[in-house]
Design a protein around this ligand. Structure first.
Ligand SMILES: NC(=O)c1ccc[n+]([C@@H]2O[C@H](COP(=O)([O-])OP(=O)(O)OC[C@H]3O[C@@H](n4cnc5c(N)ncnc54)[C@H](O)[C@@H]3O)[C@@H](O)[C@H]2O)c1
Length: 419
């Protein structure tokens, strides 16, 4: 990037963030719905964090669980998180008690009937979510907004379970939901203007930066992330060391690489939990108890200060898998690693724009800057790629035999950036 482009990154980020709040095809004077009561379904990792956003902002929340033990655990975690805020001097004890007093824990689905906005955060399972939205359709009060926190599932399919698809949208929070700034607001084919505008208006009140996404697998952020993950896994099988792949991203300015991220989140998230069934490297890590930081070992070994050291056990697991797959091994340089991690993300971003899943390139930058630790000095992925030169990105993708979106190619051939 030129020094001029670098100097413009800060202004770009501010403009992009302000623009992300705007919905292009909805009248600015669209009447908003009052949100005085929120219902959250599921008090797990996400539900608890989501509830905290509203409690802290002074909005009462009813949190509904299927099981007493999970409800108690969820409420205790909310309290513990607030207590930590007191220890860190971020909240007073009175503020914590006031926030906790706004919380109503319940095992009764019918208690969601009071809410102006219900956010579903149960397990990522389509049948379960469909069931729940069919029930919500009967329980929620007329005019209520019905949101799903799904990470990947089709919001239109969920909405079709109700007789009021205009009420349904996605509110995709990021973990930890009480801390992470990003909120992807997923606009279904039938989502109403008032519902969408209300949620976009609500976001800053609960401390979030909201970006509108269309309905597509993984929405904006996870859809691009899976491209990066695919290449990280491919390079691993071709002979790159996992710690080298992480280090390349750290050098670029990310707070962590894909394998560190796996260890932080837990390699057992979504694992089938059968240690005798070893079909992937991840299965082998989990079967060996290498679940991540929480186990003291995952891809890396961790010491008591959570410092990571590359592990010979992991190296052997990877080498065995590569040998079994008959993959020839070679040394992969840092430039190739960086380009193969980042360029396919830009390509996916181009497809997202071409399909109208994001309103503007700056929205994609806002997603990656606020939800995934993309280094701010570069202005975000689309700004960075535009200033690197889209022709360079296209040439890189071709060099590695990777797909080039026609939209990206057209922009590159015209000598344009994304904006
Ligand atoms: N964990 C993440 O990093 C993350 C990030 C973004 C989105 N999400 C999405 O959020 C959703 C929840 O994920 P999570 O990580 O919080 O899961 P989790 O397993 O921690 O919590 C799910 C909770 O839902 C409860 N539940 C299940 N069925 C229920 C029902 N019928 N009624 C009421 N409660 C019920 C469970 O008892 C459990 O406590 C998923 O759709 C997931 O894809 C997760």
């Amino acid at each position: 990037m030129t020094s001029e482009a670098l100097a413009g990154a800060k202004e770009h980020i501010e403009t992009a963030r302000a623009n992300a709040a705007k919905i292009d095809d909805i009248a600015a004077d669209t009447a908003l719905k009052p949100i005085r009561q929120v219902g959250v379904l599921g008090a797990g990792t996400m539900g608890g964090g989501i509830a905290m956003n509203f409690l802290t902002a002074g909005i009462p929340v009813t949190i509904v669980e299927a099981e007493q033990a999970n409800l108690d655990k969820g409420v205790a975690t909310i309290r513990k998180n607030y207590e930590n805020s007191v220890k860190r001097g971020k909240m007073t004890r009175d503020e914590v008690e006031a926030a906790m007093a706004r919380l109503t824990p319940s095992l009764e689905f019918a208690d969601l009937g009071r809410a102006d906005l219900v956010i579903e955060a149960v397990y990522e399972n389509m049948d379960l979510k469909k069931d729940i939205f069919a029930k919500l359709d009967k329980t929620a009060k007329p005019g209520a907004i019905l949101a799903s926190n799904t990470s990947y599932l089709n919001v239109d399919e969920i909405a079709a379970q109700t007789a009021r698809p205009e009420a349904v949208l996605g509110m995709h929070f990021f973990s930890p939901a009480n801390i992470m700034k990003l909120l992807e607001v997923v606009r279904g084919a039938k989502t109403g203007d008032a519902e969408l505008a209300t949620v976009m208006d609500l976001a800053p009140r609960i401390g979030k930066v909201a970006v509108v996404s269309g309905v597509c697998p993984g929405f904006i952020g996870n859809r691009m992330l899976s491209q990066r993950q695919q290449q990280a896994q491919a390079m691993l099988m071709e002979g790159a060391a996992y710690n080298e792949i992480d280090d390349v991203l750290l050098e670029f300015g990310f707070p962590m690489g894909p394998f560190q991220m796996g260890d932080l989140a837990g390699n057992d998230v979504g694992w089938h939990r059968d240690p005798t069934r070893v079909e992937t490297i991840r299965d082998a890590l989990c079967a060996a108890g290498r679940l991540g930081q929480k186990a003291g070992k995952g891809w890396y070994d961790y010491d008591e200060n959570r410092q990571r050291t590359p592990s010979d056990v992991t190296r052997k697991i990877v080498a065995d898998f590569a040998a079994k797959a008959g993959k020839p091994q070679r040394a992969i340089g840092k430039d190739e690693i960086r380009e193969r991690l980042l360029y396919p993300m830009i390509n996916e971003g181009a497809k997202i724009l071409d399909e109208g899943m994001a309103q503007r390139p700056g929205d994609i930058d806002t997603v990656w800057l606020n939800g995934y630790g993309w280094p701010a000095w570069t202005g975000g992925p689309m700004y960075w790629a535009s200033h690197e030169g889209l022709d360079k990105v296209v040439a890189g993708l071709e060099r590695y035999g990777l797909e080039v979106s026609p939209y990206l190619r057209r922009k590159a051939e015209a000598g344009q950036g994304f904006d």
